[in-house]
Design a protein around this ligand. Structure first.
Ligand code: SF4
Ligand code: SF4
Length: 448
């Protein structure tokens, strides 16, 4: 356990709304069964970097033995990936994600109201720009994406990289995570895409923020695959970002604002399901019910919304998949499990079932497929060293399979893995699982 000497004396307590639940904290019986599943513990071997160590710190603040100004407390709330691998294996059912997100919100709230020193101004600027503006106003996000498209296609990116300017500014690693922006930029919203053949399901698709710009091709593939499977698909026009980055990053109120917007945009449409193709978004949307449980005007609406949310793999594996139109794809793939699919949503068998349904596709399992790749939202920006270690570990494991394609289902993982493979000069490509199904329906492996 952590020595008392490493911990400061009590000063700034948890306060107000979004206090980490004592009931959850006290559910931990310190058995340590989660330790071997924790990526940061596996990398460091240090108790402080484990779920048990972090819960001990939260309990320290809850009991008044330490305060939130403790460097150790703040470092560990930030060093945790929120991958929730610990939660998935905990025999006592500790809902670790909830107490971590509440602890982060407590730290940020205390910074805002002056109980803790504010972030340095560049971080403040970044947080207010990203959380307060870009992800709340999609037209600005789309404008930013267009700017990035111009940066990439005009030659400015090549110049910035070759001149060493990015290294000089300390931005080389962050810039390398920038995805190649899609020509499509945005998926048109508000349209209804009819099913191919008889409509069996009436579903809606979350288009979101990053997926709708950098991964618009994945959305197009998702629409085609859903329509092939008897789905009439609507893209509700007033939807926005799901709020996952806000909830994970200590801005619970920002997450609530976006949740309310999405609930209003999707309700009343008589949907069979709300389909999500980004694991982190789906996980957060399934938890809108919890996020708004204290809001009498929204609690029931949020719970009804969350009950309809389905990851694309979860949905397709549950219905009678159209296998008649799947043509052979003679390629070898390996599957890396996004944490918010495997651990937060407990969806692990379904993506494999879909891949195995594709004729002649060979699925070769990599070691540690469900260990976090180090992306974790903006973790690879805030904790670059640990993110790089975990990214390298993941790619070493993936490359033992000699697969041509590394399959995943979350934009953060996609960017982290594709960036790492590019730096290694590897020919392995990263693709979303729906792109594999889409290629099999088209009978064209070249699009992979
Ligand atoms: S979080 Fe769960 S598995 Fe980990 S130490 Fe606590 S009770 Fe044990
Ligand atoms: S969420 Fe992930 S990184 Fe954080 S304590 Fe749990 S297993 Fe470790």
């Amino acid at each position: 356990m952590i020595a008392e000497s490493e911990i400061l004396t009590a000063r700034v307590p948890f306060a107000g709304a979004d206090t980490p639940s004592d009931a959850i904290i006290n559910t931990c019986v310190h058995c340590g069964l989660c330790l071997s599943s924790c990526p940061t513990y596996r990398e460091t071997g240090l108790e402080m970097f484990s779920p048990r160590g972090r819960i001990y710190l939260m309990k320290g603040v809850a009991d008044g033995r330490i305060g939130m100004e403790s460097d150790v407390f703040q470092e560990q709330m930030s060093a945790c990936l929120n991958c929730r691998a610990c939660e998935a294996v905990c025999p006592s059912g500790v809902q670790y994600g909830q107490i971590l997100e509440a602890s982060r919100t407590q730290i940020e709230d205390a910074r805002d109201d002056g109980r803790l020193p504010p972030h340095p101004w560049p971080v403040q600027l970044l947080r207010s720009g990203v959380f307060g503006v870009l992800f709340k106003r999609l037209e600005l996000f789309q404008g930013f994406s267009r700017l990035m498209w111009f940066y990439q296609r005009s030659g400015v990116q090549a110049l910035a990289r070759e001149s060493g300017l990015l290294k000089l500014l300390g931005l080389a690693d962050t810039e390398a995570l920038l995805p190649p922006m899609s020509n499509a930029f945005t998926v048109p919203q508000g349209q209804i895409y009819p099913a191919e053949g008889t409509a069996r399901y009436h579903v809606a698709l979350l288009t979101g923020c990053v997926m709708a710009t950098a991964f618009a091709d994945v959305h197009a593939a998702t629409l085609r695959v859903l329509r092939k499977n008897g789905c009439e698909v609507i893209l509700p026009p007033d939807q926005g970002c799901c709020g996952a980055l806000h909830v994970h990053g200590g801005d619970m109120d920002g997450g609530r604002e976006l949740a309310r917007r999405n609930i209003a945009a999707f309700e009343g449409l008589g949907l069979d399901a709300i389909i999500v193709n980004a694991a982190g978004c789906g996980s957060t949307m399934k938890e809108y019910g919890h996020l708004l449980h204290d809001d009498p005007a929204w609690a029931a609406r949020a719970a009804a919304f969350s009950a309809k949310v389905k990851d694309i793999s979860e949905f397709l594996a549950a219905i009678e998949l159209n296998t008649c139109d799947l043509k052979p794809l003679p390629i070898t793939v390996t599957y890396q499990e996004p944490c918010h699919l495997a651990h937060a949503q407990r969806i692990s068998a379904q993506p494999r079932k879909l891949l195995r349904a594709i004729p002649r596709l060979v699925l070769k399992e990599m070691p540690e497929s469900s260990l976090c790749c180090g992306s974790a939202g903006i973790y690879n920006v805030t904790q670059p060293e640990m993110a790089a270690q975990l990214g390298a570990r993941k790619l070493n494991n993936a490359q033992t399979t000699n697969a041509e394609v590394l399959v995943t289902a979350n934009p953060g993982c996609h960017l982290q893995l594709a960036g790492g493979l590019q730096r290694r000069g590897s020919t392995m490509r990263v693709r979303h699982i729906v792109e594999l199904l889409d290629a099999a329906y088209a009978g064209d492996a070249r699009q992979l």
